[in-house]
Write a protein that binds this ligand. Structure first.
Ligand code: GRF
Length: 209
């Protein structure tokens, strides 16, 4: 089965938005054949919103405190994404859990970037967790989002070495370089179709040439 969704992205950010920038840059130079329909943040002052505005992309701020429950907030997110006819949702440092309503509205259409080689070190401070554990290799994972935190089918992973004298900051910076390559690559793979989810695996299917 071929699964090629539409190519309008909605990007969700909470912070500086360097992965958003990587998507913007990849679109500009043709590595990612998509458009960003809207950038949504739960934080009014997020740097990612400035990057979006600079690139001429629509923005919206949805502060979680504006809705009584997580489900209500999820409905507001879905409404905003649908208002912009979004096909695929990209989490780019969005620091809120995506609820079941949002996942149901975009089945296998939500992508996340995480700074470790999952399933190792899910959750917050993944780079610090890797250092504390003493692993010699870490990296980045881009995956489809499911109800479990940092647990969905893996689309792309890239490894980086952990060095003897690394701090959380130096390791994070080394991983971030790879995030910026892996994220556009993975989103392009999703948009191109020719894949299925089998169990917990993201599997390429042969394309009809
Ligand atoms: C990245 O390390 C990403 O992997 C994690 O949050 C961070 C966001 O950074 N989910 P940025 O806002 O994209 O610069």
């Amino acid at each position: 089965m071929t699964r090629a969704p539409g190519r309008r992205l909605g990007v969700l950010v909470s912070g500086r938005g360097s992965n958003l920038q990587a998507l913007i840059d990849a679109i500009a130079d043709g590595r990612l054949t998509a458009s960003i329909a809207v950038v949504i943040s739960n934080v009014a002052g997020a740097g990612g919103l400035d990057r979006a505005r600079l690139a001429g992309i629509d923005t919206a701020v949805l502060d979680r405190r504006g809705w009584p429950t997580r489900d209500d907030y999820g409905r507001a997110l879905v409404d905003e994404l649908r208002a912009h006819a979004v096909d695929v949702v990209c989490l780019a440092g969005f620091m809120r859990r995506i609820g079941p309503g949002v996942i149901a509205a975009f089945p296998d259409r939500i992508v996340n970037v995480h700074p470790s080689l999952l399933p190792s070190f899910p959750g917050l401070h993944a780079q610090g967790q890797a250092l504390a554990h003493g692993v010699k290799v870490s990296g980045v994972t881009v995956h489809l989002v499911t109800a479990e935190l940092d647990d969905g089918p893996i689309i792309v992973q890239r490894a980086v070495p952990v060095l003897e004298n690394d701090t959380e900051e130096t390791l994070a910076a080394r991983i971030l370089v790879e995030e910026h390559k892996a994220y556009p690559e993975a989103v392009q793979r999703v948009l191109d179709g020719h894949w299925v989810v089998e169990g917990r695996r993201f599997v390429a299917t042969p394309s009809k040439a």
